[in-house]
Design a protein around this ligand. Sequence first.
Ligand SMILES: NC(=O)c1ccc[n+]([C@@H]2O[C@H](COP(=O)([O-])OP(=O)(O)OC[C@H]3O[C@@H](n4cnc5c(N)ncnc54)[C@H](OP(=O)(O)O)[C@@H]3O)[C@@H](O)[C@H]2O)c1
Length: 387
Amino acid sequence: MERMKKMRVAVLGSTGFLGEQILEVLSQEKNYEIVLLSGYRNIDKLLHQMRVLRPRYAFSPYFMGKEEKDYISGTRLIKEIGVLQKIILDEEIEGVFFATGGISFLELFLDLLDTQKWLWVASKEMIILAGEIKPRDFFQQRGNFIPLDSEHNALWQMFRMVQKETVHRVYLTASGGPFYDWQGKLSDITPEMALAHPNWRMGAKITIDSANLINKGLEVIEASIIFGLDFQNLDVIVQKESCIHALLELKDGFTLALLSPPDMRSVIFNALHPERNVPNPFRLSDFFRFGTLHFDYPVPSRFSGFYLALEAGKRASGYPTLFCGADEVCVQAFLKRRITFDEIPLIIERVLERNIPGPRNVEEVKKVYRLGMKIAEDLITERSISG
Ligand SMILES: NC(=O)c1ccc[n+]([C@@H]2O[C@H](COP(=O)([O-])OP(=O)(O)OC[C@H]3O[C@@H](n4cnc5c(N)ncnc54)[C@H](OP(=O)(O)O)[C@@H]3O)[C@@H](O)[C@H]2O)c1
């Protein structure tokens, strides 16, 4: 994006693993100005970012009086989400990065989708929830929307190279996570073991979701929403090195693959320079390091959470949202050792047994999400009482 004037951008989730990488990439760019940072609980990190980057605005609902002493001249501290929404929707901010966990910015995200501001979005739950109420081809029609999940970003890059009608099948790749070849009992897997992902550095929620491949199931739903794809044309292939991010099998028998080392900074960099005319200062492909590329197919049935997510995606009508709410609670319960690793999909399966009406607006989507959380929480509590 060659521009005379700097594009003013907001980074939501700047204190997270991905948010920090977005800041690292943006701070080397001369065409972008970071005007707003948003964190959540990690106030020290947010204050540090504010001192270095001096944005005009910084948001956290956890700002307390003491930060006022550390007030950095020129940065307005925002605690109210309503005020944040108003500032971001204002003309002044031209692009927004979504790298937050949770769904607390869902309304803001939906409002932004109806503008023409640039959106770079990694927050998959938010896309899944928005997909409940947006028309099927919404994301393809909108433009100025770049997915930041590496697989979806790879698909976004490849769909720019071919006509959608020429595509026969779409494959997202999965590393398989730390337990793909695990021979022991799934119930013996501790939070510490599950938090050690072999290829990517990420926050706790997405790392646990990656360890049981629920993340990959959520990504299939996300891809179906962003690219308007049917589930029968979407599949997952295990590619252990995380070097191929997605594959497009074309009708003429050829397959496109997008390769790069597993480094989100390259994904972010490409999202800022999709026309590919600026050299990437981050890691470039080193095929000698990979040596051999390994593929495996299909995802083994013991990763039942992956298949439950697919089922929820195919059922649609609120079930993807119900799934996300239940999964959020289950991951936190596993991290607190209230349930075991293998119980995560067992609880979600029980939650999905519930009959729900399909949500028609954002309030109903949030209601279904909270219902998923509540049923999962009740099942976990019941289990703690009986166990
Ligand atoms: N990390 C990756 O490589 C990667 C790749 C693809 C997609 N993603 C997606 O990107 C998102 C962030 O991932 P991550 O690995 O960076 O996670 P993370 O390290 O846990 O960071 C989450 C960020 O969101 C903020 N946050 C948490 N709860 C919030 C809430 N209720 N309201 C507002 N902000 C909240 C956190 O603030 P505090 O830390 O200040 O509490 C932090 O800035 C997730 O949706 C993930 O699925 C990440």
